[in-house]
Design a protein around this ligand. Structure first.
Ligand code: BES
Ligand code: MN
Ligand code: MN
Length: 464
């Protein structure tokens, strides 16, 4: 065993227990009822960075939740890695579908994680993955194995759009100056098929409100004679896709980058079983845009999905009513080159234009962000690839993901540096869903792989 493996073996129990303590704090950024807990989590991150050997650890106040910054600068001639992660988590609802309480972490075995997985909200997204970096740093500082400078920037609003970070980054360019940004907030294909995420989709998130009559009406007295906002809304939403599942908003695909035949062929080499995919989700068939494979549909193609829809009577029993209003929350996943603000405008214009005279429409944009593609011909990718080869014994496969980390495009714009996405979660880890978990093997493998990245990146940077 080499030094990192020995270190992990010797400290495994403590690494797990510390993560469990972090997972006990319900840092739900979307719900103000958890404000105190989000702030307690910031304190936890702050002190863990100090303990791991960071200098100048600060709680950076923002208009929203604080950003935790820390650094270890050993030599200005050496490269600097900026680690980004988030300490906030998604709401745990629907809570009744959890097999153990979301903020009482427990270790259970699963088919995919025979060595156990920690079940808790945030286990994989992103507390577990963020904390791997803290423990990797602890190893490097305490054993004299830190080969370069490092900065940490951990935020508490990723799950609600990173508004405060977008405010913070342009103001602190010098402080955040770096040679590469390192993030573990994505996944990989499987424990025996390591992969590096090379793309993230952009996002435009909007809310729509359809108003019909000025009050809820008796559905017998008025039904058939006035517009029912729920009927209208669902019809409008249905019209946003055609029979081939293309999105019908004019101009929506204008800037979508079409991949070449060669690139698509390269993509299709990634191991994938449609039967396993369907089996894991208990669906009889997949669904999506005509002319594209499942892996293409969920990575290189843009989408439009209703995330929530409500209106009228949804309580027990039946109430005969035509609601005055109907609502929906809609997300559009975008691909690089699609401008999210432009897409939001196109959506708004189109949605307003397709409403019949009998109702009024209000479209309220929420948050959004640009997609991102990471290069695979730079030293960051090469160093990461070599790091996985060392710890997994296999060359990782580059793979574009369907998820979004909108702040990554802003990092590039403001800090002029590229990001490398070394994610160790699996799709089956149920992030954002009930029973989220993170494999213990994955957690420890991440801690093992990260120091190799530092080592190879530094070497390649100095050899450049
Ligand atoms: N970590 C995820 C994004 C992710 C997960 C990317 C897996 C790739 C693979 C992140 O925390 C997240 O949930 N992002 C949101 C967007 C945000 C603006 C709320 C998303 O993708 O829905
Ligand atoms: Mn995340
Ligand atoms: Mn998330």
């Amino acid at each position: 065993m080499n030094t990192i493996q020995t270190y992990i073996q010797d400290n495994k129990k403590r690494f797990l227990n510390e993560l469990i303590e972090l997972l006990k704090i319900p840092s739900v950024s979307a719900d103000s009822a958890y404000k105190k807990d989000v702030l307690l989590t910031a304190d936890f991150v702050l002190s863990s960075l100090k303990k791991a050997g960071c200098d100048n650890v600060e709680m950076c106040e923002t208009p929203g939740y604080p950003i935790i910054y820390g650094e270890k600068i050993i030599d200005s001639k050496l490269p600097t890695v900026l680690v980004y992660g988030h300490y906030d988590v998604q709401p745990a609802d629907p809570i009744e579908l959890w097999t153990s309480p979301p903020f009482e972490p427990v270790i259970k075995n699963t088919d995919i994680h025979p060595e156990g997985a920690i079940f808790a909200r945030g286990a994989c997204d992103d507390k577990g993955q963020m904390y791997m970096h803290v423990k990797a740093l602890e190893y490097m500082t305490s054993t004299g194995n830190l080969p370069c400078n490092v900065k940490f920037m951990i935020e508490g609003e990723e799950e609600v759009g990173s508004e405060s970070l977008a405010w913070f980054v342009p103001k602190n360019k010098e402080k955040l100056a770096n040679d590469v940004i390192l993030i573990s907030d994505t996944g990989m294909i499987a424990n025996d098929i390591p992969s590096i995420t090379t793309g993230l989709r952009g996002l435009s998130y909007v809310e729509v409100e359809i108003t019909g009559p000025n009050r809820d009406l008796h559905s017998g007295l008025y039904g058939g004679a006035v517009a029912n906002p729920i009927n209208i809304l669902t019809k409008m939403i249905a019209s946003l896709h055609d029979e081939d599942n293309h999105i019908t908003i004019p101009g929506f695909y204008d800037n979508v980058e079409e991949l070449s035949k060669e690139e698509r062929k390269e993509m299709s080499k990634a191991p994938f079983s449609l039967d396993k995919y369907k089996g894991a989700l208990k669906i009889n068939a997949v669904h999506g845009e005509k002319g594209y494979t499942t892996n293409e549909r969920n990575s290189i193609r843009p989408t439009l999905d209703v995330n929530g829809i409500w209106g009228g009577y949804t309580g027990e029993g039946a109430k005969t009513v035509i609601a005055s209003k109907a609502f929906a929350k809609i997300s559009m996943r975008l691909v690089p080159n699609q401008n999210w603000k432009n897409i939001t405008d196109l959506f708004k214009k189109h949605f307003e234009s397709i409403a019949p005279k009998s109702v009024t429409v209000k479209v309220t944009p929420h948050h959004g962000g640009q997609g991102y593609v990471t290069p695979i011909d730079n030293i960051a990718y090469k160093a990461a690839s070599k790091a996985y080869e060392t710890s997994f014994g296999k060359t990782p496969i580059p793979q574009r993901s369907g998820g979004s980390i909108p702040i990554v495009a802003l990092f590039e714009q403001e800090l002029k540096s590229k990001t490398i996405l070394m994610g160790f979660g699996l799709d089956s880890d149920a992030i954002h869903s009930p029973n989220e978990h993170f494999g213990i093997w994955n957690y420890l493998k991440g801690i093992e792989t990260i120091p190799y990245f530092y080592k190879y990146f530094t070497k390649m940077h100095l050899d450049k």
